[in-house]
Design a protein around this ligand. Structure first.
Ligand code: AMP
Ligand code: MG
Length: 649
């Protein structure tokens, strides 16, 4: 894919280097100093359409609620002074007035001494009456009278006018976000329209020649635009009104005109990508031409998120988020959300925080505030925060994480065992019922499916077999899926177990050689023959596996001393091997049967790998663990595994 040449020469060469990297705090302070204070535009809105908006003015109650003294029960309106002497031995007889006060009926007759008027819950108190007697506490006494055997205090069962909301009272304050409760208060006062802060209109643009919108087909070398939907949703979640304008190729002229149009029609512009110093990264160069003062910060000491670019063009914030989705998301939430909420008239977002222990050492770059996503797990004494990061390009780390912790710019690590403050992504902690830490396998999802249906939450953290085993030994998970071959005993998994762990047999995964169907070097051969043919052909390229993988041991045995082209390409997953072969970057490799079949590749079976579970004995009786063991042994579970190409143990 060729990049279009820049249409104009950059006018300010300074902008092409991260000459000054600002600290997170400094960058935010400078950005806010240029943007605020600023008036928050207000608009009238029907209450029915105002959900989620912030009030821009205080609302004062225009009437009393209730508007009149009213009865809280079904009964009789009386004068309490008539009942002073009433008791079990001394009933008082009251004559009934000739009307019934239903809800919505204005009373016509007064309650004179010695009389009572039937009244329904919500009915207005008639003149003269000062209390209500419940119907249950009366007895009929002839057709037009009642008998009462207990005294009534003045005001009994009466809600007086303005007792709920008093006229002139400040009902709701400016800045309050309108939810169902606020709608109720406004409705009770008869208010149908309010003044709200107009949501800032925010235009969103993704940049990059490689981007394709979800729903469209993926062409070679392209990826789906992830930032566009993320940023659009995050803006709407934080009080903005997002308008997504699609992905613009890395063409300076096309991008500049799109940015100019977007900025003219909105209050704020958020781009992503093109902020690094790579060839074709042009968006930051355009900003200097869009308005004053231009770039405020380009390069912030954040990790992830260093290439963040903050600018203000003629009063409107223009932001370029880093291209990698995780970096884009973090910088958006940390640096942009505060500004957006202020522009929207909203209070700062309330972040829920918990304290949790970090089980492993987390290295950190000195000089940058580092955010580390963590998954929370219930440990023996309190919460444990597992780092889930897969690098700034990964998106699943967000889905698996419950929150993040921050490592100070001045620290080069967070030591194992440290107690950290975790900012939650949700308002409350929800620790999973079942925690699986170790090697991931698609078969796992099949076995855990019934648990999800039973309302049990399962968290699977992929850290590889050895990492899982270590977590199990520390008691930080329920189960550790492992597939570790022991050379000495020539057996799988059992030799790796220690005190406190027991082996739960899982399933077998057939490993073998993958190739593109129809390739004569492999088709119809045994694994040994196929590898011999591959080594003999200098044009043949292999894809290997990482050191330490069980699959790697098999490959090395097959190859002996041979080091064919591609040997040093050592991806860390079964899927990466299949992708390399399917995309013609390699001609053969070794993976498991289900993965080969899912990619419609040819497969030569070689040996079965044992995928089992190290179970933490002390956790065996937990409900979720028992549910997992049941699911693993169930007919349904075994059938699902078999269908996907695994062989249940
Ligand atoms: P850039 O800053 O444009 O060089 O992008 C850095 C990385 O982020 C590249 O791998 C891009 O493909 C990726 N990237 C940029 N924009 C997006 C996007 N909207 N969605 C997903 N990935 C992106
Ligand atoms: Mg790009």
């Amino acid at each position: 894919m060729s990049k279009a040449p820049a249409s104009k020469k950059p006018q300010n060469l300074d902008q092409d280097q991260f000459l000054t990297i600002l600290s997170r705090e400094d960058a935010l302070a400078r950005f806010e100093a240029v943007l605020f204070p600023r008036p928050i535009p207000s608009e009238p809105r029907k209450v029915a359409d105002a959900l989620g908006f912030a009030l821009s003015e205080d609302v004062t109650a225009p009437i009393d609620v209730p508007p009149f003294d009213r009865s809280n029960v079904d009964g009789f309106a009386v004068r309490s002074s008539d009942l002073v002497s009433a008791g079990e031995a001394e009933p008082v007889r009251l004559k009934l007035n000739d009307e019934v006060i239903a809800c919505g009926t204005a009373p016509a007759r007064p309650v004179l001494s010695g009389t009572a008027t039937p009244i329904a819950t919500g009915g207005p108190l008639p003149r003269g009456a000062d209390a209500i007697v419940m119907v249950e506490h009366t007895q009929p006494s002839g057709p037009r009278a009642i008998e009462i055997r207990r005294a009534a205090s003045p005001g009994q069962f009466v809600a007086s006018a303005g007792s709920d909301i008093a006229r002139g009272e400040a009902l709701l304050r400016a800045g309050t976000i309108i939810g169902s409760r606020e709608v109720g208060m406004l409705a009770a006062c008869g208010i149908a329209e309010v003044a709200v802060a107009r949501k800032p209109r925010v235009s969103v643009i993704s940049t990059g020649d490689e981007l394709v919108q979800p729903g469209e087909g993926l062409r070679p070398a392209a990826i789906y635009d992830t930032n566009g939907p993320i940023v659009t949703a995050a803006i709407n979640e934080n009080g903005g009104e997002a308008r997504f304008l699609g992905a613009i190729p890395d063409d300076e002229a096309a991008l500049e005109s799109a940015m100019r149009r977007a900025l003219a029609e909105s209050d704020m512009l958020v781009l992503s990508g093109g902020t690094s110093k790579g060839a074709g990264d042009v968006s930051h160069r355009i900003i200097g031409r869009l308005g004053k003062p231009g770039i405020i910060a380009h390069g912030v000491a954040l990790k992830p998120g260093k290439p963040l670019c903050l600018a203000v063009c003629d009063g409107k914030p223009v932001i370029i988020l880093p291209g990698f989705p995780t970096s884009a998301m973090f910088t958006f939430h940390d640096m942009i959300v505060p500004v957006l909420r202020r522009m929207a008239g909203l209070p700062p977002r309330p972040d829920a925080k918990v304290s949790a222990k970090v089980p492993v050492r987390i290295a950190s770059e000195l000089g940058r505030t580092e955010f580390v996503m963590v998954s929370l797990v219930e440990g023996a004494d309190g919460l444990i925060a597992y780092p889930t990061g897969k690098g700034s390009g990964a998106i699943t780390s967000f889905a698996q994480a419950d929150g993040f912790l921050k490592i100070d710019a001045l620290a080069d690590q967070m030591p194992a065992g440290a107690q950290a403050e975790v900012t939650l992504f949700t308002p409350y902690v929800r620790v999973p019922d079942l925690v699986i830490v170790g090697s991931h396998c698609t078969g796992l999802d099949l076995v855990t499916a019934p648990l999800a249906r039973a309302g049990l939450t399962v968290r699977s953290i992929a850290v590889g077999s050895l990492g899982g085993l270590a977590a199990a030994k520390r008691g930080e998970c329920d189960l550790a899926p492992i597939h570790l071959f022991d050379d000495k005993s020539e057996t799988y998994n059992t030799p790796y177990l220690t005190e406190g762990l027991e082996l739960v047999p899982g399933w077998r995964r057939m490993q073998g050689i993958v190739f593109r169907k129809g390739d004569a070097r492999f088709e119809g051969k045994t694994a040994q023959e196929a590898v011999r043919a591959a080594i003999a052909d200098p044009a043949c390229i292999m894809v290997n596996r990482n050191q330490g993988a069980g699959t790697r041991i098999l490959i090395d045995r097959l190859l002996g001393d041979a080091r064919p082209d591609g040997y040093w390409n050592q991806p860390r997953s079964h899927n990466a091997v299949a992708a390399a072969v399917a995309q013609h970057r390699a001609d053969w490799g070794m993976t498991i049967a289900p993965v080969a079949h899912a990619s419609a590749l040819g497969f030569i079976p070689l040996a079965e790998e044992h995928y089992d579970f190290a179970l933490v004995k002390s956790r065996k009786q937990r409900r979720a663990v028992r549910a997992f063991l049941d699911a693993l042994a169930s007919e349904e579970g075994r059938a699902a595994l078999t269908k996907a190409g695994f062989r249940p143990a």
